[in-house]
Design a protein around this ligand. Structure first.
Ligand code: ATP
Length: 330
């Protein structure tokens, strides 16, 4: 197994080394391939990522990614979008589950849901026209794209509560009829219990009754917005991991960005990055991946937490404590 490790910029450089420390605690045979990509690299050599870097990434099985600061170039093509497209990472997965004892802004803690977002088409098609009077973006929904994300979501639902919610806006967007039809038929073929919601009602309902949902499947932009919104349910972006999965490759990244306001201070919360390791281990089929949940519960109980969770620990203290727990309990 070969893992590309891209710390990127800002707090990516602080949280990823802690995540790698936790991964190393499992003592697995993983070859790590470090790559310097992002804003800092662009400042040095004028490019955030080269074709050679992309080839190196394609030579790996999976990627662990921190965060990159957007490069201020008018024609800058998002590095993340490029990697997602090149590796055909069609499923974006975000588990939304509170950490033990950590309550989000709504005060609720009785939920455990996963957002499955189609990651390659929809309004992120890249087919756009920009003009002084009119600008447009083409929203693409294909049968194949809808089928594979629906399949992914149904397989996940079957491992959980066998319950799927399809989120769309088909009352306004005709392109969503295809997505909705395909998701309904796939769920029915798999024997998965399903319902559907308009995205606006879903946004409201997720804030009031997140416990009603288990696996939620939706198109690209809706998934992007809903999943960031759901980070507030578990308190903050600093606690939510994500995975981008394709047929061949997988890419793991914390949901938060490079957080320039706290970068370099050593106080970033590494939980989201460490939870990415849990997702990576699960994807690899490593049976002990749930130890990471136990380890995080243990350090939370000991109050070894960073200032965003009202603690005084530093990023490195949290990483050390989680890694020590894994080493002792594996
Ligand atoms: P970018 O431009 O890279 O997206 P950003 O600052 O706009 O950066 P985030 O990095 O997601 O967006 O940060 C949003 C807020 O959440 C910031 O105030 C940041 O300090 C805080 N934050 C994000 N991640 C963490 C973390 N891991 N630990 C503590 N605070 C965090």
């Amino acid at each position: 197994m070969k893992l590309a490790v891209i710390e990127g910029d800002g707090i990516g450089r602080e949280v990823i080394p802690e995540a790698v420390k936790v991964l190393d605690a499992f003592g697995l045979d993983i070859e790590k391939v470090p790559l310097e990509l992002g804003y800092a690299r662009w400042e040095k050599v004028g490019t955030a990522m080269s074709n050679k870097d992309l080839e190196t990434i394609k030579g790996c099985d999976a990627v662990l990614f921190g965060a990159v600061t957007t490069v201020p170039e008018p024609n800058y093509k998002s590095l993340l979008l490029t990697i997602r497209k090149e590796l055909d990472l069609y499923a974006n997965i975000r588990p939304i589950k509170p950490l033990p004892g950590v309550v989000g802004i709504t005060g609720k803690s009785d939920f455990d849901l996963i957002i499955v977002r189609e990651n390659t088409e929809g309004l992120y098609s890249g087919i756009e026209g920009i003009g002084p009077e009119i600008s447009w973006t083409k929203r693409i929904v294909t049968r194949r794209g809808s089928e594979r994300i629906a399949e992914y979501a149904c397989k996940l639902a079957k491992q959980r509560k066998n319950k799927l919610t399809i989120v769309h806006k088909s009352n306004v967007l005709k392109s969503d009829h295809l997505f909705l039809d395909v998701c309904r038929r796939t769920a029915s073929d798999h024997g998965v219990e399903y319902g559907d919601m308009l995205v606006d009602s879903m946004a409201y309902s997720l804030m009031i009754h997140p416990e009603k949902y288990d696996v939620v499947v939706t198109t690209n932009l809706f998934g992007d917005i809903l999943s960031d919104m759901c980070a507030a349910l578990v308190r903050s972006l600093g606690l939510v991991p994500s995975a981008n999965i394709g047929e061949k490759y997988a890419f793991f990244e914390p949901v938060h960005g490079s957080a320039p306001d706290i970068a370099g201070k050593g106080i970033a919360n590494p939980f989201a990055a460490i939870l990415c390791i849990k997702m990576l281990l699960e994807w690899m089929g490593e049976p002990h991946y749930l130890i990471i949940d136990e380890a995080i519960a243990d350090v939370l109980q000991k109050k070894i937490v960073t200032p965003d969770l009202k603690g005084t620990a530093r990023t490195i203290d949290v990483g050390n404590a989680v890694a020590e727990y894994v080493i002792k309990n594996i």
